[in-house]
Design a protein around this ligand. Structure first.
Ligand code: NAD
Length: 435
């Protein structure tokens, strides 16, 4: 099928390359000329495993092209809207100006029988505001939210856990077109749920609200563990064995971040308040507050471990991305911890395998370096993103290069006993370790 993907960021670039890889003819469109230039040359503008290979293959096959010109979407019969929906400046609500702009730009090029497919995460009630303009061109509108996880985005796009189509009443034509696009995923057993616009929009935000709540729940337990001597990692293992609860997303630590969960729970809260149902999701404010308190707790732990002040102390901050296998630093707890420590006068040297360039663009005041540069002569080491290379550090070898063997494991991802045995003062979140 001939497909356009409008917006080629973390979602759109992966979506475009993945659809080309399963045989579709795809044009990716973005207003960012530098991004389109890179993508056209087969260079990935983001760090995402498997994406560079898919881009080169797609471009070499002639099935994947990129453009800054919306008129190039004209030949496509299916158009995915994958533009950003960030948090509005100074408010919790979603900024829908990019979605509105994308519809305004695309609608004049739509022809009879085209299908527009919204993938961006939007507040419930957004799709209906665009349906009349799309239908006036003889085209169809579907809302098909995206659930990919950064770091696994290609796999999640090619073989999603489920596909959700929000369609106008009885729009079998749109369902059949989407089934054709996703034929490979459907054949290899991804379930399809066909519903209305409002349900599809809500599925996405409620899924993210649930995940955020699960993380803040275990972090709340970590807060209680910290004042009682309990161990939250053992607690998580124990409750996680109950398959009604499950062990996934029960890792206590510095909390969630990134371009989705934080802004999605705030936008959901704002939308529920607009609908007069603020009380239904009032707990999400607490979920957000617990999450933000964990960042403060990490700074507090570093301060305590350094004897009450971080001023002029060298702190190695290992990790900047909001999660491993990504270069995304949007609302990253790791970057936030580095900035806070730096603001308190610590000599922070921050490092990350992939996210230094994005961090520097937001926070040029921080000192960045390699892992070796960060660790050399450090008074404390803080692990804030659980990259495999940090989990695999040899505590005995690192002991040799730091000034003081103090480690704050803000992701509870290190082997606490091994670090303590190697002579480290180890501090995790919600757990006590005998040093
Ligand atoms: P992003 O900021 O990385 O990408 C958005 C892109 O849209 C940018 O490259 C921007 O230049 C482009 N754009 C803006 N206006 C445009 C226009 N009028 N025409 C063409 N391009 C335009 O954002 P993202 O992380 O890819 O997220 C996109 C959407 O997908 C958001 O709604 C997000 O909530 C949702 N989502 C993201 C993820 C994820 O893991 N990143 C997962 C699921 C859903």
């Amino acid at each position: 099928m001939k497909i356009s993907v409008i917006g080629c960021g973390y979602l759109g670039s992966v979506h475009a390359a993945s659809l080309a890889s399963v045989g579709h003819d795809v044009i990716g469109i973005d207003v960012d000329a530098a991004k389109i230039e890179a993508l056209s040359q087969g260079r990935s503008p983001i760090f995402e495993p498997d994406l560079p290979e898919l881009l080169s293959e797609g471009i070499a096959s002639g099935r994947l092209r990129f453009s800054t010109n919306m008129a190039d979407a004209r030949d496509a019969e299916l158009h995915f809207i994958a533009v950003g929906t960030p948090q509005s400046a100074g408010a919790g609500s979603a900024d829908l100006s990019y979605v509105d702009g994308a519809f305004d730009d695309l609608v004049p090029y739509l022809t009879e029988g085209d299908v527009v497919v919204g993938k961006s995460t939007v507040p419930v009630g957004t799709a209906v505001t665009h349906v009349a303009a799309v239908e006036a061109r003889g085209a169809h509108l579907v809302w098909n939210p995206e659930f990919l996880r950064e770091g696994f985005a290609v796999k999640d796009t090619i073989q999603p856990d489920r596909l959700v189509y929000g369609v106008a009443d009885g729009d079998e034509y749109a369902v059949q077109k989407l089934n054709e696009v996703y034929a490979t995923a459907i054949e290899s057993s991804s379930p399809v749920i066909v519903t209305d616009y409002a349900t599809a929009e809500l599925v996405k935000v409620s899924a993210n609200a649930f995940l955020a709540t699960k993380i803040s729940f275990i972090n709340a337990m970590a807060e209680i563990a910290e004042v009682t001597g309990a161990d939250v990692t053992k607690l998580a293992d124990a409750i996680g064995h109950d398959n009604r609860i499950g062990r996934k997303f029960l890792n206590a630590g510095v909390g969630f971040g990134g371009g989705c969960l934080p802004k999605d729970i705030r936008a959901f809260t704002a939308r529920a308040e607009e609908l007069g149902r603020g009380e239904s999701v009032a707990f999400l404010k607490e979920v957000d507050a617990i999450n933000l308190r964990r960042r403060e707790r990490v700074v507090e732990l570093v301060t305590e471990e350094l004897g009450g002040s971080v001023f002029q102390k060298k702190v190695a901050v290992l990790g900047l991305a909001f999660k491993p296998n990504s270069d995304d630093v949007r609302d990253s707890p790791a970057l936030d911890v580095a900035v806070r420590l730096n603001g308190l006068g610590a000599k922070v040297v921050a490092t990350d395998p992939e996210a230094i360039a994005n961090s520097r663009a937001l926070h040029p005041q921080l000192v960045y370096g390699t892992t070796d540069e960060a660790l050399a002569g450090a008074d404390a080491v803080v692990v804030v993103t659980e990259w495999p290379e940090y989990k695999q550090l040899d505590p005995a070898a690192v002991h040799e290069v730091v000034r003081t063997p103090i480690v704050i494991d803000a992701r509870n991802c290190l082997d606490a006993d091994a670090w303590a045995d190697a002579g480290w003062e180890y501090a995790g979140l919600g757990r006590q370790v005998k040093n």
